[in-house]
Every structure is written in C-alpha cells, then in structure tokens.
Design a protein around this ligand. Sequence first.
Ligand code: SF4
Length: 202
Amino acid sequence: MPSVPGLPPTEQLVTGLARLGQAIRIGARRDPGPYALSELQGDIVSFLAGDLRPRRQSEVVRALASTAPTISDAVRTLLAKELVERERDALDSRAVVLTLTPAGVAEAERLTGVSPDVRAAISALAPDDLAAMLRGTTTIIRELQDRRAIPVTRMCLTCRFFAPDAHPEDPARPHHCLFADAPFGDAELRVTCSDHEPAPTP
Ligand code: SF4
C-alpha cells in the first residue's frame, strides 16, 4: 500500500517540537537583558521564581542537574547583580537559602516572557487539542526527567499530590489534586506548580 512521503511520525514530532522551541526562544531568552545573564544564571532565576519561598542552594543544584561549585559561581554573580539574596537556613545553620530580590522577580518575569505571536497561536487551539498537547508534553518531560536528561520540574506527573485517573467516571476531569482536593482534567495539568512536592521515587 502506498504511504505518504516524509519522515516517520516520531521524527516529524521531534522536528515540530524543535520548531516550537525555536519560536518560544525567540524573544526574551535571545536577549540577555539588562543583567547580561548567562543561560545558567537565567535558569537559577527562573527556578527560584517558580516558588518564592527560600530555597536551599543544594535544591538548586539538584533541580538544575548541576554541581555545587558551578551553582556557587553562578549564585555569586547573581548576588553581585543584586538579583538574589542568600542567608543561613533557619532550620540548619550549615545550609544556605536563596530568594529573589524584587529586581530578581522582575527579571524572572522578563525571562519567562513569551511573544504575543506564540501566545495567540496556542490560544487558537481547540480545548481538546490543548489538553492532548499538555498530556503529551508532560509525558515527554517526565520521560526525560526519569532518564536524567533534563532537570526536574515541579509538574503534576512528579507530584506526590497527583492522583491520576482517580475519577474514571468523569472523562473531563479524571485526575485529582490531593493538595487542592479537587478533580481536574488533562487541560489543567501543571507543568510548573508552586504547591508541588516531589513524589517518592518508585
Ligand atoms: S499540587 Fe500542583 S503539581 Fe501537585 S497535583 Fe496539585 S496541581 Fe499538580
């Protein structure tokens, strides 16, 4: 039977994701901004913005799959640029915690800014397509995290409060967030959530 020409579906998807990534990067990340942040410094600022509670420096090392000396260097630069504050952890004087300064919060917002064109294109998706994309995207991210190919993100699929398919009787909202005690559907899957707590490793 004849088939349509071109690469197989997985390769088509990889190409499509690469094009999307390119579109999303065009904008804030291409512009180093007023503080001329390196990629790692930008990642630290974005990570700290995901949850404005003080975060241990060791957590940043783990989340960004980096090393203590590398993160220490980057944090020193961020301290000098007054984007981050560092102090002793009240619970453990051997540890230090990091928080963003108001300038750091503003820089995080700039870094995560997405062009209006990308937002408009995503808004044009039908609700079912949006839910399917979120489900597929979070599944791919989880696979990559399991393979330690990317840093861990604070998403539902790795959260101890996530109860998938807890409501099979409701196809629109089959999952349950135990933190909010609320059912939700694929379209509300979080790729980043400030209430996330890591699920125990199986
Ligand atoms: S707390 Fe956040 S990440 Fe965890 S299941 Fe609920 S919505 Fe998802």
